[in-house]
Each structure stands twice: as structure tokens, then as C-alpha cells.
Unconditional design. Structure first.
Length: 148
């Protein structure tokens, strides 16, 4: 299984993502900013990308545009500290599979990653057309997993 790349300038969220995904069997690689993520994407394949919509250095959607040029079929899960309908729509235009609002419940993050990795496997096996983007989902949940 290819590792999951987590792009977020927040040490707390990167740590939280590791604590959530590693016990489920996912290897996790971390990136502090968009340039760091792009370098990592050039070094090895990833099963999915979990990214803050406004990473350090700014240009969250610009970073997403660059990531799409480098890895057009990589499943992306966007996580927003300050969600907005405009950002969600822009993410959907870039083929983001899931748009989550912080704080993200562990079960929600894990389910999103599992679904994204499964979608990529299906595309690679020919069960669905390449470029299929799955469901676009907006989830807002508190840290204890209760929907808001």
C-alpha cells in the first residue's frame, strides 16, 4: 500500500493524522508546505493526499493546481480550517474527492482516506475509468465525531 501524504503547516494536525491513520495500517509521510509536498510527490507514489486548503506559504489552491499537474490522478482530501463555499467549489473543480472542515473526527478522516485509496485501486485495476473522482463530500464534524 502506498503511503498517505499529509500536507499541513500545523504540527498538531500532522501528528493527529499520523495517530489516526497509522493504527489502521497506513504509512504516513508529512509535508510542511506545498513545495515540500511537490518534492515528495516527485520521489515516490502516494495512495492519497490529505491537505490543508491554506498551507504555509499561502496559495493553497495554487499548490493544488501544481499538484494536479504533477499527479493528476492522486486522490486529494482537502481539510479546511476556515471553510467557505467558494473554496469547496474550487477544490471540487480540481477533482478533490472530499472536503472536510476542521476539527475532523478520527473516524471521518480515516473513512475519507480509506475511500480515496479504494477509488485509486479501482481506477488502476480498470474497474472504473481513469480520472474518476468518486463522490464529492462535505463533512462537518466535531472532534468527538458528532455531526454539526
Amino acid at each position: 500500500m502506498d503511503p498517505i501524504l499529509v500536507l499541513d503547516d500545523s504540527h498538531e494536525f500532522r501528528h493527529y493524522a499520523c495517530e489516526t491513520l497509522q493504527p489502521a495500517g497506513f504509512e504516513v509521510a508529512l509535508a510542511l508546505d506545498g513545495d515540500h509536498a511537490l518534492r515528495k510527490l516527485g520521489q515516490q507514489p502516494f495512495g492519497a493526499l490529505v491537505m490543508e486548503t491554506a498551507p504555509a506559504g499561502g496559495g493553497g489552491l495554487g499548490v493544488l493546481r501544481r499538484i494536479r499537474r504533477q499527479a493528476p490522478n492522486l486522490p486529494v482530501i482537502a481539510v479546511a480550517s476556515h471553510p467557505s463555499p467558494e473554496t469547496e467549489e474550487a477544490c471540487a473543480d480540481f477533482g478533490v474527492r472530499v472536503y472536510l472542515h476542521k476539527p475532523v473526527a478520527p473516524a471521518v478522516l480515516l473513512s475519507a482516506v480509506q475511500a480515496a485509496v479504494g477509488d485509486l485501486r479501482d481506477a488502476l485495476s480498470g474497474r472504473v475509468e481513469p480520472g474518476w473522482t468518486g463522490l464529492r463530500l462535505s463533512a462537518l464534524a466535531t472532534a468527538d465525531g458528532k455531526a454539526v
